[in-house]
Ligand binder design. Structure first.
Ligand SMILES: O=C(O)c1ccccc1N[C@@H]1O[C@H](COP(=O)(O)O)[C@@H](O)[C@H]1O
Length: 216
């Protein structure tokens, strides 16, 4: 952890959230294109939100097993800097998306045990970033593929190195991000529900507190 920790704030839905992301000089800002999510945004709203981001903040379009025509609509309407694939996309699909769109790809992977990290090795040479999130338990009714505010065992990542950079996510907030980064060794962190006042509504004060803790 420290001043150079990279920060991604995911699931922006309001201009106030965009302003807070600019104020804290986040590295990346995520826009969710997944209708079941409380953070889902339309192409036109996403275009307006992305247009308000400072040039230093990379816009990341989050999709879940999106077919090519959906990716084309998002890219045509929003022109994101990066794609976040948060479904069950295979390494081959990641490579195909990268080649077809010309955009860098962050592949999200659900982690619950050491074997899940072994499986992540198949992506490290095709993705530009890996993002490790908690695996939603089957018992959690209406669980989303991500954005559930659940943590996983950060010690699984202790000493983890990969061919591409990786980011820690899953249930992070201002109170736990420093410890999570210390234990996991993460140099980049991602948050969604942990900086919200209600599902889908980012809280600028919580965004500021998260950034201060992540850089402490
Ligand atoms: O945020 C969502 O609604 C979402 C929906 C579908 C897939 C991923 C989603 N969010 C991502 O989930 C992780 C963890 O979020 P949280 O901090 O635990 O709430 C994060 O990477 C978001 O980008």
């Amino acid at each position: 952890m420290g001043a150079d920790t990279k920060i991604k704030i995911c699931g922006l839905t309001t201009p106030e959230a965009v302003a807070a992301v600019n104020e804290i000089r986040a590295d990346m800002a995520g826009l969710v294109f997944f209708p079941k999510s409380p953070r889902n945004v339309s192409i036109s709203d996403a275009c307006a939100l992305a247009g308000g981001l400072a040039s230093s903040v990379q816009s990341v379009a989050l999709v879940v097993d999106a077919p090519d025509h959906e990716l084309d609509e998002i890219i045509g309407g929003v022109a994101p800097n990066m794609l976040q694939l948060h479904g069950a996309e295979t390494p081959e699909r990641v490579a195909q998306v990268k080649a077809r769109t010309g955009l860098p790809v962050m592949k999200a992977l659900a982690i619950a045990e050491a074997d899940d990290l072994t499986a992540a090795r198949a992506y490290e040479k095709v993705a530009d970033w890996l993002l490790f999130d908690a695996k939603p338990p089957k018992s959690l009714a209406n669980a989303l593929p991500g954005g559930n505010g659940l943590v996983f065992d950060w010690t699984l990542l202790t000493g983890f190195e990969s061919a591409c950079p990786w980011m820690l996510s899953g249930g992070l907030d201002a109170d736990n991000v420093a410890e999570a980064a210390r234990i996991s060794g993460a140099r980049a962190v991602d948050v969604s529900s942990g900086v919200e006042s209600e599902p889908g509504l980012k809280d600028p004060d919580r965004i500021r507190a998260f950034a201060a803790a992540a850089r402490s």
